[in-house]
Design a protein around this ligand. Structure first.
Ligand code: BGC
Length: 748
């Protein structure tokens, strides 16, 4: 970079000032140590403005672009360190090389705990657990010498085929917001920098660098932005990553409406905006729209930009490099005040995270027993029991003598979907290993892939190989007391960068299930995938069905614990599972035409669509069975309290475990509005609570609603609006299993 032609006007006074402080001399350690910006006892804003005053315009401009693939630019003269980043959000991923080569065989081996996919964590509905996961990931980030973890992903699962559905927290904005906030609190509590992503509405991978999404303002505010708003207002998140695509005609990285009007002005975001990797297309419009830090930068970016696949995919970058920014300042297209705001935000985060004083260095412990335990808890609590005819599950190890473990996802640990979130664990447990470990020598375990994973190994994709694989599977199934089939996808056919082609299972898997079920009526099907799959070919004859999503490195142990009843399933669907793709609300306009796509369904995403338009999904949002049963009673508005002037409605519900086993349930509270001036969904999730109960035990849980639970975003007034009247509070075990209802008068 060439900055030598820049002239910074230095007045006589400031020269004197600089001399008095003896800047930038390296020999005055003690004098500089006393500088206000280094004084941790001073307020952050004071430290930021002190530091800004000491920076040259050139230094400030340098901080707007990354210096490497995963490093921001340091200013050593002032002791400003580079922020060292690593991909998340499902663990700490190797930060060397581009995403495409990070996991390549020759990349330096960086291992860390592989946590369950976001959708699996969402299925736990356990904010405490997600916070502990965030904390554990932050500890590993530090132990590996990094400062920032690129997560959580809070984009809404709008389309069943989105390649990154596994990464996010499902289809509901309230649930995604609660879990995103929990993750961020866990990370920031360790003074590691999170990055909530991707702002906004990254809901398909198709042409993600060129696609223009038409989204109405109401859908943006009610569906796609709440998780980001909560990250800002409830967790004071330190960074937000912009998305790749265009929203309403403008790239997210230069979308002033999204970045400045909404994020910074409306939500009050104080941290910095970071671009998604190579997603900038201009200098002044991007800086002026509110982009603070462009990533990546330096030689890795330049190497990347030259690659044919980069050009083909539509990535672009390097626009915020210092020389370009300085030229635009000189031309009067960017003001110094704007740059001060950009840099001030980055400095603020550097100070808040303690990095100015304590940069992290590698050498700490990763994948500790505690971290592994959290990964296991997540994998276990995230498993959803979808069907359990005649109580086939849990399996009784005393009565069973042999098990056939079958499927392309059974013998290999399929820990996560592909792309930047895929973590390389030191070890990972496949379902087969988990089951073998659980049963030891007491039960005979046989295994067979049954069918090759489509596309993974061409020698298994021929008709002859398929027939032989299938025969081997049905042979062992017919000789076993129970057959367990694990089907689904893996990181090469469900990944960031492209959408899943079809909701159907990969080739041969439906046939495998059908054949094994014929060979053995005691068959348990386990789904190992992030996206929904069509089940019509076998569901009616399948006695037991579990969804383990991608369970991270402990997935195999978790599924074994659930199969044998060591753990009682408590996962609930964070997404509706449609019967077929065409039933899903966004299907009509997906993937769009001529690089434009219309979010024509507006706010009717997920169960908001299925429940309002009476389209029956295969399994509804919030659904999940248990080995015990729960009963709800006594829904009451217990009291109204106040947070300042704002009323809080406190509802109580009694939950009782009416079965024979200990277990956990997730009580869900939905609000139905039948009187508003505007069309509203049948109901919306506004509260939930996960409760653990012993057999016969009951607990009274309390759920609090504030004004926001009853509001909609009015496209006319462009404000959140509450139409006073009678609302219905619904309590249920899924969006379609409402068990208690109570009217409540609001705003009169
Ligand atoms: C992804 C981001 C990721 C970044 C850095 C992008 O392709 O969309 O989620 O953090 O790469 O690897």
């Amino acid at each position: 970079m060439t900055h030598h032609n820049l002239r910074v006007p230095i007045t006589f006074l400031s020269l004197l000032f600089a001399l008095a402080l003896q800047l930038p001399s390296q020999t005055t350690q003690t004098a500089t140590d006393n500088l206000p910006y280094k004084d941790a006892s001073l307020p952050v804003d004071q430290r930021v403005s002190d530091l800004l005053k000491r920076m040259t315009l050139e230094e400030k401009a340098t901080m707007l672009a990354g210096s490497g693939w995963m490093e921001s630019a340091p200013i050593p003269r002032l002791g400003i360190p580079a922020i060292k980043m690593a991909d998340g959000p499902l663990g700490v991923r190797s930060w060397m090389g581009s995403s495409a080569i990070t996991n390549a065989a020759n990349a330096p081996k960086i291992t860390s705990t592989s946590f369950p996919s976001g959708v699996a964590m969402a299925a736990t509905w356990n904010t405490d657990l997600v916070q502990r996961e965030g904390q554990a990931i932050a500890q590993e980030t530090k132990a590996l010498g990094r400062d920032m973890i690129l997560g959580p992903t809070v984009n809404i699962n709008r389309i069943p085929l989105w390649g990154r559905n596994f990464e996010g927290y499902g289809e509901d904005p309230y649930l995604a917001a609660q879990l995103g906030v929990a993750y961020i609190k866990g990370v920031q509590g360790e003074r590691v920098i999170p990055s909530v992503k991707h702002f906004a509405a990254n809901n398909e991978e198709f042409e993600r660098h060129r696609l223009d999404e038409k989204i109405d303002e109401r859908a943006l505010h009610e569906i796609y932005l709440p998780a980001f708003k909560a990250a800002v207002q409830q967790a004071d998140v330190w960074t937000v990553m912009s998305a790749y695509e265009k929203v309403n005609g403008k790239y997210c990285a230069e979308n002033d409406y999204l970045l400045t009007d909404i994020l910074k002005n409306e939500f009050g975001f104080q941290g910095f905006v970071i671009s998604d990797w190579a997603s900038t297309y201009s200098t002044a419009p991007t800086v002026n729209a509110g982009m603070d830090l462009e990533m990546p930068g330096g030689p890795p970016l330049h190497a990347m930009l030259k690659r044919p696949q980069t050009i083909m995919s539509g990535n672009s970058g390097g626009w915020l490099e210092a020389d370009k920014v300085l030229a635009e300042i000189k031309a009067g297209h960017i003001t110094e005040a704007t740059i001060d705001d950009n840099v001030g935000r980055i400095l603020r985060v550097l100070i808040l995270s303690g990095l100015m004083e304590h940069p992290h260095s590698p050498g700490g412990e990763v994948d500790t027993p505690e971290q592994r335990k959290i990964a296991l808890e997540g994998a276990t609590e995230g498993i959803v029991l979808l069907k359990n005819q005649n109580s086939l599950l849990p399996l009784d190890p005393v009565k069973i003598h042999s098990i056939a473990v079958i499927g392309p996802d059974a013998l290999v640990a399929r820990t996560g979907g592909g792309g930047s979130s895929l973590v390389r664990p030191d070890h990972a447990i496949s379902p087969l290993e988990g089951i073998q470990k659980r049963v030891g020598s007491a039960i005979q375990v046989t295994s067979a892939p049954g069918v090759g994973m489509e596309g993974e190994d061409a020698t298994h994709d021929t008709p002859e190989a398929r027939a032989a694989d299938l025969k081997q599977a049905t042979d062992i199934a017919s000789k076993a007391d129970v057959a367990i089939i694990v089907v689904g996808r893996y990181n090469k056919n469900e990944s960031e960068g492209f959408d899943v082609k079809t909701m159907d299972l990969p080739a041969g898997q439906d046939e495998l299930i059908q054949a094994v079920e014929k060979a053995n009526p005691h068959t348990v099907v386990v789904l190992n995938t992030g996206d929904p799959v069509t089940m019509s070919k076998w569901l009616d004859t399948t006695p037991a069905l579990l969804d383990m999503w991608y369970g991270g490195q402990e997935g195999g142990n978790a599924i074994a614990a659930i199969l044998f009843g060591d753990a009682n399933p408590s996962g609930k669907l964070p997404v509706s599972l449609p019967r077929k793709f065409e039933d899903s609300p966004g299907a009509k306009t997906y993937p769009g035409q001529n690089l434009h796509t219309d979010y024509a369904e507006g706010i009717y995403v997920g169960y908001r669509y299925y429940d309002t338009k009476n389209v029956e999904p295969q399994f509804p949002f919030g659904f999940g069975l248990s080995y015990t049963t729960f009963e709800y009673s006594d829904l009451k508005l217990a009291r109204i309290t106040f947070a300042g002037k704002n009323p809080i409605w406190n509802f109580t519900i009694n939950v009782r475990n009416t079965g024979q086993r200990s277990g956990a349930d997730v009580v869900q509270l939905y609000v139905h509005d039948g009187h508003s001036k505007i069309d509203r969904p049948a109901h919306e999730l506004k509260g939930f609570s996960r409760v653990e109960l012993n057999p016969g035990e009951s607990k009274t849980i309390e759920l609090q609603l504030d004004n926001s639970a009853f509001q909609y975003w009015s496209p006319t007034t462009k404000q959140w609006t509450l139409d006073p009247g009678t609302f219905e509070i619904q309590v249920g075990a899924s969006s379609r299993d409402i068990r208690l209802k109570a009217p409540v008068q609001i705003g009169r």
